[in-house]
Design a protein around this ligand. Structure first.
Ligand code: DX5
Ligand code: ZN
Length: 223
């Protein structure tokens, strides 16, 4: 259930585009395609203008799945809720550098509950802002759309931040991209250095999720 070690390309379907009336079945369906990670988008209606799910939903899903739960906290006060998300069953917890609280403290808190930590940057944020704390994280999340909604268009300029991060941080940290990833844009993201690709609408919007995951993965590996 831990985040896979660096060195592989992983597709992380985002549950945001799944059918919320049957989430356990949706998770089980993508699990069949061999993915190791499921991306869980947590929004508080404050940090972003949308509200999604909280710890009770994650705790329910935890009983039905062995996937690595990658919780992407798009919330203003991450420190206030880390314990709840960890106890609910999150394995990897990502918070935004733009959110409240001292990032080092937030990372220690995440690790104190047995989870790995990730830091995320929005499209307008310079990757240099996370350099100091990046080595404390297992994965850096680069938003390739403005956080808040699924189904937006991939911004290549944002993905270009992966080049700088990869060159500066080396191979021991995962670099995740999130937003607008599909079988076409995945190739570009892979080429720029991303190794973990979140895909919401491109996976859950497809009838055949297995095929969708395979196509995105093949495209990312072509780099
Ligand atoms: C957006 C979320 C994404 C979203 C991606 O704020 O962080 O994870 O689900 O959706 P797609 O893949 O449809 O752009
Ligand atoms: Zn996300």
């Amino acid at each position: 259930m831990q985040l896979p070690k660096p060195g592989t390309i992983e597709i992380a379907p985002s549950l945001l585009s799944a059918d919320f009336s049957c989430l356990a079945e949706e998770v089980a369906d993508v699990e069949k395609s061999g993915v190791k990670i499921i991306h869980l988008d947590i929004m508080d209606g404050h940090f972003v203008p949308n509200i999604t799910i909280g710890p009770p939903v994650i705790a329910s899903l935890r009983k039905t799945s062995d996937l690595c739960f990658d919780a992407h906290l798009m919330i203003s006060q991450p420190q206030k809720y880390i314990k709840d998300f960890a106890k609910a069953g999150a394995n990897h917890i990502t918070f935004h550098i733009e959110a409240e609280g001292d990032p080092r403290e937030t990372i220690s808190m995440i690790e104190s509950f047995g989870c790995s930590a990730g830091i995320c940057i929005k499209p307008a944020t310079n990757p240099e802002e996370v350099l100091e704390i990046a080595s404390l994280c297992r994965m850096i999340l680069v938003m390739t759309v403005e956080p808040g909604f699924g189904g937006q268009v991939f911004r290549e300029k944002c993905a270009e931040k992966c080049i700088f991060l990869r060159e500066t941080l080396g191979k021991d940290v995962r670099i995740e991209v999130d937003g607008g990833i599909n079988e076409t844009t995945a190739g570009k993201a892979g080429e720029l250095g991303a190794d973990t690709l979140v895909a919401g609408s491109a996976v859950f919007g497809s009838k055949n999720r297995q095929e969708a995951v395979e196509k995105i993965s093949a495209s990312a590996k072509k780099r």
